[in-house]
Write a protein that binds this ligand. Sequence first.
Ligand SMILES: Nc1nc(=O)c2c([nH]1)NC[C@@H]1CN(c3ccc(C(=O)N[C@@H](CCC(=O)O)C(=O)O)cc3)CN21
Ligand SMILES: CC(C)C(=O)C(=O)O
Ligand SMILES: [Mg+2]
Length: 274
Amino acid sequence: MYGNAKTASARAPVTVPHLLGMKARGEKIVALTAYDASFATQLDNAGIDVALVGDSLGMVVQGQSSTLPVTLDEMVYHTAAVARGLHLALLIADLPFMSYRNPDAAAISSARLLAQGGAAMVKLEGAGHVLEVIRYLDEREVPVCAHLGLTPQSVHKLGGYRVQGKGKSEAERLLADAVAVEQAGADLLVLECVPAALAKRITDALRIPVIGIGAGVDCDGQILVLYDMLGITPGKRPRFSKDFLLQNGTIETALKAYAKAVRAGEFPASEHSF
Ligand SMILES: Nc1nc(=O)c2c([nH]1)NC[C@@H]1CN(c3ccc(C(=O)N[C@@H](CCC(=O)O)C(=O)O)cc3)CN21
Ligand SMILES: CC(C)C(=O)C(=O)O
Ligand SMILES: [Mg+2]
């Protein structure tokens, strides 16, 4: 049977070494975003492995048009709320825009997310100068999730929310960045909106687990924005998302159906991939 699908009471909390073991054993990692305590408990009850307090909360909770306005105070607030409802899934919190602009800022920001927010890991976007930040945090025992491909905090440079790594040189660059973040000490990598074939190459090249969103079925795990997979995000939803509430009727069964589909390699299908 799949790794973490036992009843909540029988399961042990998910840890960083546990996720590495899951990759080694070929068990898919199931992740979702969460922004409050009530949904956090729903995630735990459904056997979700990883909960991310994403800065996507700026868009789906606050109604902003990008993730850039989200502040560290807001991330700490939501992370602490999620932590109160979460006892099993590994809790990751996004470092918001500019909160990791240099190693010192990143350490101060991460300390707040871990100490006040109760997160077990922080997530940051990009490579380049961010490699030095990852190294600095890793040396200070802060678990780090890297995030490459479509990095929403770079929306103004990218020119929109578009698939990344399409050309040959862009693909090689992305693979090199992925190897570099692992080398710098990242414990996990989120790969967003990249062609499925490239995501598979990157996943095969890395020792650390790769969690995909719009990155095809061959990643070590999947993540979606919770409100997208419950069909409650207003307006246009990304093509890679799927409404699991529609066919399942309750939030509990929708979350369980998502977890089951990811573990069976049935989500994402080709229509959710690039
Ligand atoms: N509700 C929500 N879901 C998300 O997945 C999400 C957020 N918000 N906010 C932060 C970022 C922004 N993301 C996005 C937003 C839009 C697309 C999008 O519309 N993509 C096009 C593909 C464009 C192309 O083909 O290049 C799509 O049709 O899905 C993708 C990622 C992912 N993240
Ligand atoms: C979509 C995920 C990976 C994210 O970064 C967020 O929710 O902010
Ligand atoms: Mg984010």
